[in-house]
Design a protein around this ligand. Sequence first.
Ligand code: C2E
Ligand code: CA
Ligand code: CA
Ligand code: CA
Length: 279
Amino acid sequence: VKATGKGHYNFFKPELYQKLKERVDMERALELAIEEDQFVLYYQPRVNAETGKMTSMEALIRWMRPDFGLVPPIEFIPIAESNGMILRLGDMVMAKACSQIAAWEKELLPIVPISINVSAKQFSAGALPKKLSDCIKNWGVDASLLEVEITESAMMGEDNAIIADLCEIRELGVKLLVDDFGTGYSSLSQLQRLDMDVLKIDRVFTNELTKSKEGDIFFKAIVSMAHALDMTVVAEGVETQEQVNALRRLACDEIQGYFISRPVPANCVPELLLKQFLL
Ligand code: C2E
Ligand code: CA
Ligand code: CA
Ligand code: CA
C-alpha cells in the first residue's frame, strides 16, 4: 500500500496486477495448447550402473508454445495442477507414450519400457487405473512396457484412494516408481507395503555424493534398506564420472542424468536405443 499524499492510499499494485494478468494469459494459452496439441514428449534414458545397458526411458513433457519456443514443465505443470487441466494433460501424456511405444515396436527397435510422470491430482480424480488399462489396450502395447512415476510427497497421507489405485495399476503389470525420494517424509516400510518396485533418489542427494561424507552415508543407507525390501534404486541427476564411480561403489542399481543423456525428442530415440553406453 502506497501513500499517495493527501491521506489517500493506493491499493493498486502494478506488479500484482501484472502477475495476475500473466497467470490469466497463461491459463488461456494452456487451454488453447491442449486443444491444438502443442505438447511433445522428450525421453531420457535410465541405465544399469554396472553394464550401462538401458533399462527404461522417462517421458518428460515439453510445451512447444508458438512464439515462445520450448516451455519446460516447471512453468506450466503447477498451474495445470491447480486449475484441473492436469487431468487432460495427463491423459494426453499417457496416450502419447503408448502410441510412441507402439510406433517404435512397429519399427522393430529394441525398445525399453517408458515411464510416465503422474501427478497426485490424477489419483484423487479417480479412474487412473482404468485409463491406463484402456490406453494400453487401445494402442496394443504390453503393460510391462509402461511404468508410472509418482513423487514421494504425492503418495503421502496414506490416502486410501491412492493406495487402492496403486494396487490396481500394479495388477495391470505396470511398474511403480517412487520419484524424488528423500524429499518427502515416507518411510521405506510404507513404500514396501505399497509394493513400489523402484526408488528414484532425488538429484539433491546425488549432488551431495563425493562432496561430503554424509552424502555417501545417506546414499549407502538408502540403497541397503531398499535392497533389503526388494526395491531397485535409481540415482537421479547424475552429471559426472566421479558420481558414477561413487554410485557403483555404493551398489546403486541404475543411474539417470545428463552424464548419460539429456532428455531428447522422439526422433533421437532410435539412435539412443542402439547405442552402447560406456560408464
Ligand atoms: P522429474 O520427474 O524429477 O524429472 C527429472 C527432471 O530433471 C527433468 O526436468 C530432467 O530434464 C531433469 N534432469 C535430468 N537429468 C538431470 C541432470 O543430470 N541434471 C539436472 N540438473 N537436471 C536433470 P524437466 O523435464 O524440466 O521436468 C521437471 C519436472 O516436471 C519433472 O521432474 C516432473 O516432476 C515434471 N514433469 C515432467 N513431465 C511431466 C508429465 O508428463 N506429467 C507430470 N505430472 N509432471 C511432469
Ligand atoms: Ca520423474
Ligand atoms: Ca525426480
Ligand atoms: Ca516388490
